[in-house]
Design a protein around this ligand. Structure first.
Ligand SMILES: *Cc1c(COP(=O)(O)O)cnc(C)c1O
Length: 359
């Protein structure tokens, strides 16, 4: 390839071209320091400004209330599967709604620390829907209820969130900043950055401060949200480059009009693709319509052979990483914030041509 492709990877995934260009242009001499951002001390004022700016932008773009912390941590969303119980599971009881593979992993991790109860499960239909959140048996006195708001592998998402007594904890890794949310409805939100925000290496945690003051005795210092909050995400060496990139992406998002504006584009992009799939004779998406993700769109032709041919020919046409997750098969188009409308249009044009030739 001698030019940039349309990259539909689920994560790490495509980033805005303007951001990549900006990072390239200041890579050798970061804002007049004569050093690269990858060389500078994380205690340097110029770098501290980056972390402060990134935090301020998260607060602004998601309207984060003042009594919530916004921290940048390491270890990916998977480490937060443990951090959640280690910070919150005081009574030893929590509820989990299992709507996909990552939700299941979070639930399994929760079981290490206490009574992690699965109160909802959509595995009976291969995670193609979200259980009705109003009719689940929430546990009295649970420390939290854990959900995965968008299921990256199966392409489903919550159309509305549970309203429950216990604080709601949401893994938003594959959709944060893609649609408007009311942060105050959640106790904790966390998200690995490599889907919709930055290169891999940093995870955002947004947590109500009243909930995080008393982590379990066995909680490692590095996993204590309170410690990270008190130290402005600089308790130890942070994933400096990833936070810097997140800051550039957030500035870019603000310039584009913020979450509301990007959501309108996301809804439009996903609509184009789902409409095409629903009207095609060859392709099928199996997720119940009202739970369809606007970030991850899986589809199949019904023939493994044809699916493999699709993925290979699409790659030759500059449409890459369309192979579905091994648990689902077929194809998956991840169309995160940074995927331009033109990328989705190019994919649909290719799908049409492929259907004519192979249908
Ligand atoms: C990718 C993903 C994860 C895993 O993230 P890591 O950073 O690799 O640990 C967890 N949850 C969801 C919803 C994801 O999409």
């Amino acid at each position: 390839m001698d030019k940039r492709v349309y990259n539909f990877a689920a994560g790490p995934s495509t980033l805005p071209l303007e951001v990549l260009t900006e990072a390239r242009d200041e890579f050798l001499n970061f804002r007049g320091t004569g050093m690269s951002v990858t060389e500078i001390s994380h205690r340097d004022k110029t770098y501290e400004e980056v972390v402060k700016d990134a935090e301020a932008l998260v607060r602004e773009l998601l309207n984060v209330p003042d009594d919530y912390c916004v921290i940048f941590v390491q270890g990916g969303a998977s480490t937060q599967f443990a951090a959640v119980p280690l910070n919150l599971m005081h009574s030893g009881k929590a509820d989990y709604i299992v709507t996909g593979n990552f939700a299941k992993k979070a639930w399994q991790e929760g079981q290490i620390y206490g009574e992690a109860k699965k109160i909802g499960d959509s595995s009976d239909k291969i995670y193609t829907y979200i259980p009705d959140v109003d009719s689940l048996g929430y546990t009295d006195g649970a420390d939290y209820v854990h959900i995965t708001s968008n299921n990256t592998i199966f392409g489903s998402r919550y159309d509305k969130f549970p309203v429950c007594k216990a604080p709601l904890v949401a893994d938003m890794s594959s959709e944060i900043f893609s649609r408007e949310i009311n942060v105050a409805d959640f106790g904790v939100i966390y998200a690995g950055a490599q889907k919709n925000l930055a290169p891999a290496g940093v995870t955002i945690v947004i947590a109500k401060r009243a909930l995080i003051g008393n982590p379990l005795k066995i909680c490692p210092t590095m996993l204590k949200w309170k410690v990270q909050d008190e130290n402005g995400s600089l308790y130890n060496t942070p994933p400096a480059f990833s936070i810097y990139m997140a800051d550039l992406v957030l500035r870019n998002l603000k310039k584009k009009g913020g979450v509301k504006a990007i959501n309108e584009i996301n809804v439009y992009k996903a609509g184009l693709l789902y409409d095409f799939i629903d009207n095609s004779k060859l392709y099928k998406n199996n997720v119940e319509k009202k739970y369809r993700s606007i970030m991850n769109v899986p589809f199949v032709t019904g023939s493994d052979e044809l699916d493999a041919k699709f993925v290979a020919e699409a790659k030759k046409a500059g449409l890459v990483s369309l192979k579905g997750h091994r648990l689902v098969g077929g194809m998956r188009a991840s169309i995160y914030n940074a995927m331009p409308v033109e990328g989705v249009q190019a994919l649909i044009a290719f799908m049409k041509k492929f259907e004519v030739e192979n249908g």
